[in-house]
Design a protein around this ligand. Structure first.
Ligand SMILES: *[C@@H]1O[C@H](CO)[C@@H](O)[C@H](O)[C@H]1NC(C)=O
Ligand SMILES: *[C@@H]1O[C@H](CO)[C@@H](O)[C@H](O)[C@H]1NC(C)=O
Ligand SMILES: *[C@@H]1O[C@H](CO)[C@@H](O)[C@H](O)[C@H]1NC(C)=O
Length: 192
């Protein structure tokens, strides 16, 4: 009798334990994966160089002011709060007719009260070569009057999954009359 009882108790205990573990398992929403099994082997460093065309004037403008903030004496000089939406071409060389390698899609806004300092929030989507369709996300500060402006690359998609790095921007030409600018970009990207 005693043996049967303890056997039954053991079976019941085992069933309870299994169902408890199953509950724990089904309540998990995260799990560890091996990087190797996910195709993440060696991280590499790539350099990209191209030109960004901020075309604000004319019928083919690619940078459109979407918010014009209320001006105060304090913000008159910097346009603080103004927001521009862009779908700017990225080309191999500085000429507008140069080969298109991607587009800069996103927005920039004047985020500094006392100087020309922009907050840039953009996705650079490539349309050329093996990176066609892959994108890099840039989120950073752009004090446009500085010779070199550095912005973090915070991630990417496609071949740029898990990417990180930084971009350097240098004004190539600025048209004082209409506001059009060509900016040289050098990107240094760690990715797999
Ligand atoms: C605007 O784009 C059209 C079509 O590509 C082109 O024919 C025209 O010359 C462009 N205009 C300017 C001012 O660049
Ligand atoms: C803005 O500046 C002008 C000229 O200096 C001055 O007359 C005016 O009172 C100022 N406005 C405000 C809201 O400070
Ligand atoms: C890039 O990808 C798009 C969409 O898949 C395709 O239509 C286009 O031809 C590709 N461009 C190049 C240069 O491979």
């Amino acid at each position: 009798m005693a043996t049967y009882a303890s056997k039954n108790a053991l079976i019941i205990f085992t069933i309870l334990l299994i169902s408890f573990l199953a509950t724990v398992e089904s309540q998990q929403f995260s799990r560890k994966l091996s990087q190797r099994s996910f195709g993440l082997r060696k991280e590499k460093l790539s350099h990209f160089r191209f030109y960004f065309h901020d075309i604000v004037a004319g019928p083919n403008a690619t940078a459109i002011r979407i918010v014009e903030a209320t001006r105060t004496n304090r913000t008159a000089a910097t346009g603080f709060g103004d927001i521009t939406m862009i779908d700017n071409p990225l080309t191999m060389g500085p000429e507008r007719t140069s080969k298109l390698v991607g587009r800069a899609q996103g927005m920039y806004t004047s985020a500094s009260l006392n100087e020309m300092g922009l907050l840039m929030a953009m996705n650079y989507v490539f349309v050329e070569g093996k990176y066609n369709g892959s994108s890099l996300s840039i989120l950073g500060r752009n004090p446009v009057m500085s010779t070199v402006r550095e912005m973090p690359i915070v991630g990417g998609s496609g071949l740029f999954r898990f990417a990180r790095g930084y971009a350097e921007a240098r004004t190539h030409t600025f048209n004082m009359n209409n506001g059009d600018a060509v900016v040289e970009f050098n990107l240094y990207v760690l990715h797999y």
